[in-house]
Design a protein around this ligand. Structure first.
Ligand code: IFM
Length: 437
């Protein structure tokens, strides 16, 4: 059990479960175009076991059963993402009618079940034709994204309860263009600096298009990590500060203060696009809320061999999840307090939190993880931080990107051979808290 009650979070607090299109949908049919994750995953060596999202949880066909699980768990909301290549197979231009019809069914299915649709426009599946034109390194991505946002606004805007522009811009830019671990798999500081700016510029143009179309309750989803030095050495403190800069301060500063941190601007130097300053007003326009995804902390050491950004991550001493990530609920409390104290205040949502655990349906460690992180949220609220909701990651076991299907994050177990769904003990724990059974 979670040891908490719904009422501990006050009236109106939203509980939800989260997923993302490429990780669960499969359904690469009915006119869906190719995405950068299709080609990245199909390239040997990029994804563990050569797994791809071709079938995933077959949510494209099994969505009614999945929405029943959301409803029966007592969740108020379902966080899902639109697949850009399903709606616009070429990335721009003519929409795919069958793609529009799929999300019509999905959203109406939520509304029929009394579930609030909490959507994300971009959770990493860039249409391949746009990558062919430079992807996130090309400034034009901001205009392509605005057109895509306008399409979603026109067709679905009045049925959505909330809408985020981008999920985890750090992953879109840094993990994918500097560390090379996600699609498109680049390791290039110039492409990185450009993507770091363009992903936020696209957030700005997308947000403006959504506002123009009258869509309500708009935000962005940032993944944040508490950066801590691996030792008492001053150079490790510098490494932690730099990591904090590229991971947290760049994105928080951009969207909440219309300002980038000077230390990171200096490191990117002339790799940043010309006249990036001119875009900050658009990037920093007011949000209705900011989403925070939290999983772990970053323990950092100085790594002089790493060039312009001389940091490296080290393993820490704390208990870890099956992803090897330290379990650190104190970090969530401290991050929430920091965002609240150091940035202009907007309502916050925990848009993702969860852990990869060993296979099986008995998952006491996962239940404990949720209990401890929910307690951190409760304490932050008690201290005055305006947190309006919490989404567990994830509803289902799914395609965990470069880790393929090996890492199991689901409240519900998925047997990928039979596609059978089995609720885990952690799902029952949420259900007990949310339905007060
Ligand atoms: O699976 C991912 C998700 O797509 C984005 N946030 C982190 C999760 C766990 O790694």
């Amino acid at each position: 059990m979670l040891g908490l009650r719904r009422s501990d979070f006050g009236p109106g607090f939203i509980f939800g479960a989260a997923t993302a299109a490429y990780q669960i949908e499969g359904g690469q049919t009915d006119g869906r175009g190719p995405s950068i994750w299709d080609s990245f995953a199909s390239t040997p060596g990029n994804v563990l076991g050569g797994d791809t999202g071709a079938v995933a949880c077959d949510h494209y066909h099994r969505w009614p059963e999945d929405l029943d699980l959301v409803r029966d768990g007592g969740f108020d909301a379902y966080r899902f993402s639109f697949a850009w290549p399903r709606l616009l197979p070429d990335g721009t231009g003519t929409p795919n009618g069958k793609g529009l019809a799929f999300y019509d069914r999905l959203i109406d299915g939520m509304l029929e079940r009394g579930i609030k649709p909490f959507a994300t426009l971009y959770h990493w599946d860039l249409p391949s034709p746009l990558q062919d034109r430079g992807g996130w390194a090309n400034r034009d991505v901001a205009a392509w994204f605005a057109d895509y946002a306008a399409l979603v606004a026109r067709h679905f805007g009045d049925r959505l309860w909330g809408l985020a522009t981008i999920n985890e811009p750090w992953c879109v830019a840094f993990l994918s263009h500097y560390l090379g671990k996600h699609a498109p798999g680049l390791r290039d500081i110039r492409a990185t600096a450009r993507a770091m700016h363009h992903v936020l510029l696209a957030h700005g143009t997308g947000l403006a298009a959504l506002r123009e179309a009258g869509v309500k309750n708009l935000g962005i989803v940032l993944n944040l990590e508490k950066a801590e030095p691996a030792s008492a050495a001053a150079e490790d403190a510098l490494a932690a500060g730099l990591w904090d800069g590229v991971f947290n301060r760049w994105f928080l500063g951009g969207v909440l203060k219309a300002r980038y941190p000077a230390d990171i601007v200096e490191r990117f130097g002339t790799n940043l696009p010309d006249r990036w300053e001119d875009d900050l007003e658009l990037i920093g326009r007011p949000l209705d809320w900011c989403g925070i995804n939290y999983y772990t902390r970053a323990l950092m050491k100085h790594a002089p061999e790493a060039g312009a950004l001389p940091f490296a991550r080290v393993d820490g001493p704390l208990e870890t999840t099956e992803s090897g990530w330290e379990i650190y609920p104190e970090g969530l409390l401290s991050l929430l307090q920091r965002v609240w104290d150091e940035y202009p205040r907007v309502p916050l949502y925990i848009t993702e939190n969860g852990m990869a655990d060993v296979p099986g349906v008995d998952d006491p460690r996962r239940t404990r993880f949720y209990a401890d992180h929910l307690e951190a949220v409760r304490q932050a609220r008690q201290a005055g931080v305006d947190i309006r909701g919490y989404f567990a990651w994830s509803l289902l076991d799914n395609f965990e990107w470069a880790e393929g299907y090996a890492k199991r994050f689901g409240l519900v177990e998925v047997d990928f051979a039979s596609q059978k769904r089995t609720p885990r003990a952690s799902y029952r724990a949420f259900q007990a808290m949310l339905t007060d059974r």
